[in-house]
Design a protein around this ligand. Structure first.
Ligand SMILES: Cc1cc2nc3c(=O)[nH]c(=O)nc-3n(C[C@H](O)[C@H](O)[C@H](O)COP(=O)(O)OP(=O)(O)OC[C@H]3O[C@@H](n4cnc5c(N)ncnc54)[C@H](O)[C@@H]3O)c2cc1C
Length: 547
């Protein structure tokens, strides 16, 4: 069989999911990755016997993972249901044992995490969010103000409606034409999903603490709660419905599972190979992607190219501007890029008291919420105060650290490199301030005496190592005017046989979204290459509904 050749630029979660899908569509796929190992933002850093996931740690929607692990060669399965209906009922959420499906379990072990998050406020009080309705109500009663309990019920009902329409029904819609967007606009207006999330939740909660609890989640995908549309209230519901999970061995183990699955399907990955150019030819009135050129000048021809690299970087650095109209340099310049992050990875000796205050996922909010968000996203300055997300995975999987030790990271949202900050000057100081904070507030007493190793990344890592425009950590910022049709398209509007996948494109950032984007791009490719998904999917696959 003469198979068509596909190239995927980048071995992030999106690139690997794309590779698996292309193999299942019947292409011969090569993934070309700049770094020496897969993962992209989910790269793994190892130091002195400690294993650190550098990026994503919160795994949601495990059936997306199961779906990828269940694909077969020449069996695209693009026609089956996107969501297994029977687990939308939250009472069926997995809360103990193993939460990956049978196909997942062949590659990686995934377990549920409870609580989802512990969220500390600056006065030391906290909220354990675990998706349990009654427990949530009890805590609202303690922390909230009069009326907040009724407000929660309304918030819950409204975000459920948004989840059902925005995620279950429209989640996989590729908005390639303005008409696609106009069709859904009335619904989104009716659901109040276009108002900004913070204002949306402020309608239901009087308490500042609860406004924070029910709006911080979009920060995990680069969204500013003050400007992200309320459609992002669905994240709350996605977590509540399917839970929060962790791959034993770390997210890196999940990435390795995807690599193995891709290779099992016959795909190949080239590491340490940076793509310098996407080759385009003009055929009649049509511009056509024909392959890629590497740093050493070698040309790799292909029938189609998919970029998993940063959207702005892909167009502005890899493709000659004469081939671009919709994705012009001006558009790249005018697009608001998401925030960046400062992440400290550290291994330390345990004192056995970690669980007194910390959980697997702990959010430690600072004294300011709205002011800090304005500093990060609007003014683009590094504030004196900060909020952080502390990840302590060795509480769940001790194998990530030597015996008697813990592996942790703490992540601070910071402005992207449009700030003009010189991170070589501020990085060490910020790290020290964070360590002092964790010690003095009792989260990790005497931490510095117990430290074994540490290192950090700044927006420069995203800009220089991951090729992300102005050091963004999550692609274009999820603003209303940069969503759906206005978000970069998965099928290039400028060049035939060129596609995009991953955080910078539709539907957006976050590991579930980039897996969705791979399926959306696969559907576009199947249509363009006249591959009948019903023919290639062929067989009945009951095991997809894994529960
Ligand atoms: C610190 C952090 C924490 C996060 N936490 C979570 C979380 O808990 N849960 C969650 O769901 N999401 C989380 N996210 C978001 C999530 O990690 C990302 O949205 C997602 O992993 C992006 O995947 P991707 O495949 O689109 O891109 P990437 O992971 O960035 O992959 C792109 C790849 O392309 C390669 N590349 C770029 N240019 C070239 C080139 N020219 N030639 C060859 N290769 C190239 C890069 O090296 C990289 O490997 C987090 C992100 C960060 C930064």
């Amino acid at each position: 069989m003469d198979r068509k050749q596909a190239i995927v630029i980048g071995a992030g979660v999106g690139g690997l999911a794309m590779g698996i899908r292309l193999q299942s569509l019947g292409f011969d796929t090569t993934i070309v990755e700049k770094l020496d190992a897969p993962g992209g933002r989910a790269y793994v850093r190892r130091m002195e016997g400690f294993t650190f996931d550098m990026g994503p740690t919160v795994i949601t929607v495990p059936h997306f993972i199961e779906e990828l692990f269940s694909l077969e060669r020449d069996c695209a399965d693009l026609t089956s249901a996107d969501f297994p209906a029977e687990i939308v009922d939250e009472s069926k959420r997995v809360t103990s044992g193993v939460s990956g499906g049978p196909n997942t379990s062949r590659y990686v072990k995934i377990v549920p995490i409870l609580p989802f998050y512990r969220i500390y406020f600056d006065d030391g009080t906290f909220f354990d969010y675990d998706g349990d309705h009654e427990h949530t109500r009890e805590q609202i009663q303690c922390l909230g103000e009069p009326g907040d309990l009724e407000g929660y019920e309304k918030f819950h009902a409204q975000s459920k409606a948004i989840f059902e329409r925005g995620f279950l029904e429209l989640g996989y819609t590729h908005f390639g034409r303005v008409g696609d967007m106009l069709k859904v606009a009335p619904d989104l207006l009716r659901l109040d999903a276009v108002r900004n999330l913070f204002r949306f939740s402020s309608r239901y909660f009087k308490s500042d603490k609860l406004r924070q609890v029910f709006t911080f989640e979009p920060l995990l995908v680069g969204g500013n709660p003050l400007s992200v549309p309320a459609i992002y209230a669905m994240i709350h519901f996605v977590e509540k419905t399917w839970g929060i999970h962790f791959a034993m061995g770390g997210t890196g183990a999940l990435v390795q599972g995807f690599v193995k699955k891709f290779e099992d399907l016959g795909g190949r990955i080239l590491y340490n190979t940076e793509v310098k150019k996407i080759n385009v030819t003009q055929q009649g009135g049509k511009k056509l992607a024909t392959g890629i050129t590497l740093g050493d000048g070698a040309v790799m021809p292909a029938d189609l190219v998919v970029s998993n690299g940063d959207w702005a970087n892909t167009y502005s650095k890899l493709i000659d501007s004469k081939y671009r109209f919709w994705n012009s340099d001006l558009r790249v310049k005018l697009t608001q890029q998401s925030m960046s992050v400062f992440v400290i990875y550290f291994g330390f000796r345990a004192d056995g008291r970690e669980t007194e205050k910390l959980r697997h996922h702990t959010i430690i909010l600072g004294p300011r919420y709205e002011g800090l968000l304005k500093d990060i996203f609007g003014r683009k300055v590094l504030a004196q105060d900060f909020s952080q997300y502390l990840h302590l995975p060795s509480l769940t999987d001790p194998s990530l650290a030597p015996p008697g030790h813990h592996a942790a990271y703490t992540l601070l949202p910071v402005p992207n490199n449009r700030s003009g900050l010189d991170w070589t000057q501020v990085g060490d100081r910020l790290r020290d301030t964070v360590f002092t904070f964790l010690e003095e507030r009792g989260y990790l007493p005497n931490l510095r005496e117990r430290l074994v190793c540490h290192s950090y990344i700044t927006p420069d890592y995203f800009e220089n190592t991951l090729n992300s425009y102005v050091g963004n950590a999550f692609g274009p910022e999820p603003l209303l005017v940069q969503s759906a049709f206005f978000r970069p398209h998965n099928r290039s509007e400028d060049i035939a046989n060129l596609y995009l996948v991953g955080a910078g494109t539709q539907p957006g950032a976050g590991t579930p979204s980039v897996m969705m984007s791979a399926k959306m791009t696969a559907r576009l490719i199947a249509a363009d290459f006249a591959i009948d998904p019903a023919v290639v999917s062929g067989q009945a696959r009951p095991e997809l509904s894994y529960r």
